[in-house]
Write a protein that binds this ligand. Structure first.
Ligand SMILES: Cc1cc2nc3c(=O)[nH]c(=O)nc-3n(C[C@H](O)[C@H](O)[C@H](O)COP(=O)(O)O)c2cc1C
Ligand SMILES: Nc1ncnc2c1ncn2[C@@H]1O[C@H](COP(=O)(O)OP(=O)(O)OP(=O)(O)O)[C@@H](O)[C@H]1O
Ligand SMILES: [Mg+2]
Length: 494
């Protein structure tokens, strides 16, 4: 089978691991559901093209496992055995439509064309053809992947089926490594700078691939985009910015704010025997790059406490930074807690094991393999030459292994270099001191908070009798200045 052969012959260890995991998910699904009751949702996009070939390989290996070694999907002679659905829309790119049809015919794919919206189309499909599971090319980072696992039942209100996402943990790089290694055809738009394809109304080539050329605008091919997190840069946002009297609305202001949560794991901090220094440092550094820290929590060293906190924070923050409780000791429960929060199991991660064995040298024996288990299907390793061990990223949760300030500084640099923490426009901070009492300041300040919703107005005093410091933090210098002026005018008249 040519796909399986191409991957096995490749030297790309990371791709091999991703391939093995994806094929494993496909084989599990084929063992769970009769092939007549599964479907593949194919739309000619790069992710579903990857999935088409993984399904071809997965089905072939499944047949071999079942003792049918004469199956040959390598050529166009034998037909693809999984029912395939394509939701064709009038606003699809003609190149996508033609690629979808041509691919179906080249690989013997039986296409069911559905010309309804996803939900109604699936309702109709389930009535006519029993369908218990549908394979999708959804990946972590897609807006629709939020909260999904490799096997996720359809959402409440949707017809009942299992969504199977074999490439959920694949990165943009993995997708291109696969398509190029296997030398399979993909839609021509990807060679014209498109990196993620929606409809003709909301998709343009990715500006990051633009080449300045005297003969007009040109774009590099999609596989040349170095930062996969920007693959949707050519997709229009659904919401439009509202501007009100020249001042950006609260909605657009909030769009510019990224929110982080910090979780520190350690009984020793809760017992008061050790002071948590990293939390304070993280808050300071995050504020400097314009991020808003919405919560910092210290939790006990037990799996459930970590899982509960991660579960609560991962859906309300853009990023969750967790440290403490990482390693081989009985109290090192953070990774298991993250896995539990996402409802996935811990599985051996070959790539991570290699890093650990390099780090520990001869001390690394088979007994430590537990340490190389990471949350299955959702883990990405963030490497950097300065780091001995990569950072562990599970969806939007990043586990830092730093135990002291020096190690922390290196890991922070990696977070910035890998652009997991992009500067979002720094805060402008101003402060104002007054000898007025809290009672005198309370009312004018409440009015100001109301008048300047885009400025965070806080107060603190170092002693009960000393001056009161009023702090103003915002992203727009002019607005912070205006708030500052308004405060001084209001308070000086007291
Ligand atoms: C086969 C299939 C199954 C889907 N199942 C669900 C689902 O269970 N829950 C859900 O919210 N959306 C589901 N969707 C919709 C996708 O998540 C969809 O991309 C998303 O709603 C946004 O679509 P839009 O950006 O084209 O509007 C499904 C789509 C397809 C093709
Ligand atoms: N119109 C459609 N018909 C069938 N399946 C679809 C359709 N739109 C989306 N899907 C399913 O949802 C998955 C995710 O869609 P998404 O647009 O993120 O990926 P893609 O189209 O494969 O690649 P790209 O990100 O480059 O557009 C697809 O791989 C496919 O399984
Ligand atoms: Mg698409």
């Amino acid at each position: 089978m040519e796909i399986d052969k191409a991957i096995r012959q490749s030297n790309d260890q990371k791709l091999k691991t991703k391939y093995n995991n994806a094929v494993n998910v496909i084989q599990r699904a084929l063992a769970l559901y009769p092939v007549e009751e599964v479907a593949f949702s194919f739309n000619g996009g790069k992710d579903s093209t990857v999935l088409l070939h993984l399904l071809r390989a997965g089905f072939y290996l499944h047949q071999v496992d079942c003792g049918h070694s004469n199956v040959d999907l390598s050529n166009h002679a034998s037909s693809f055995p999984i029912r395939t659905i394509y939701f064709e829309s009038p606003s699809a790119f003609p190149e996508i439509n033609s690629f979808t049809y041509e691919t179906a015919s080249s690989y013997g794919v039986q296409l069911d064309i559905i010309r309804q919206d996803f939900k109604s189309g699936l309702e109709a499909l389930l009535k006519t053809k029993p369908t218990r599971a549908i394979f999708l090319g959804v990946r972590i980072g897609d807006p629709t992947a939020v909260g999904q696992q490799q096997f996720s039942p359809s959402s409440p209100g949707w017809p009942p089926f299992m969504r199977v996402n074999p490439i959920l943990d694949w990165s943009y790089r993995d997708v291109w490594a696969f398509l190029l290694t296997c030398k399979v055809p993909y839609c021509s738009l990807y060679d014209q700078g498109y990196t993620s394809i929606g409809s003709v109304n909301d998709t343009t080539p990715n500006a990051l691939l633009r080449i300045n050329d005297s003969n007009g605008e040109k774009f590099k091919p999609a596989y040349m985009l170095s930062d996969g997190r920007l693959e949707r840069a050519g997709r229009a946002k659904k919401s439009t910015q509202k501007v009100n009297n020249g001042v950006k609305s609260l909605e657009s202001y909030q769009e510019n704010i990224r929110t982080a949560s910090i979780i520190s794991v350690g009984d020793e901090i809760l017992f008061g025997s050790v002071e948590d220094q990293l939390g304070h440092l993280l808050c300071k550094k995050l504020h400097l790059i314009g991020w808003n820290v919405s919560r910092i929590a210290v939790v006990q060293s037990d799996v459930d406490s970590v899982a509960e906190e991660v579960e609560n924070r991962k859906s309300t923050s853009d990023i969750v930074l967790l440290y403490g409780g990482v390693g081989p000791l009985p109290s090192d429960v953070s990774i298991a807690g993250v896995a539990k929060a996402f409802g996935v199991r811990l599985a051996p991660n070959e790539e991570f094991e290699k890093h650990l064995s390099r780090l520990y040298g001869e001390k690394w024996t088979g007994d430590h393999n537990e340490m190389a288990k990471l949350p299955e299907g959702i883990t990405e390793l963030v490497r950097n030459e300065k780091l001995h061990v990569p950072l562990i990223k599970c969806d939007n949760v990043v586990v830092l292994s730093a135990t002291n300030v020096n190690e922390f500084d290196q890991q922070w640099e990696s977070l910035i270099e890998s652009r997991l923490l992009a500067t979002t426009g720094s805060f402008v901070s101003k402060h104002f001191t007054t000898s007025l009492s809290d009672l005198e300041v309370a009312l004018p300040l409440s009015k100001l908070c109301f008048e300047f919703p885009n400025v965070h107005i806080g107060c603190y005093r170092k002693s009960r009798t000393g001056p009161l410091t009023i702090t103003l933090d915002g992203k727009d210098e002019e607005i912070v200045e205006a708030a500052m002026e308004a405060i001084s005018t209001k308070l000086s008249s007291k």
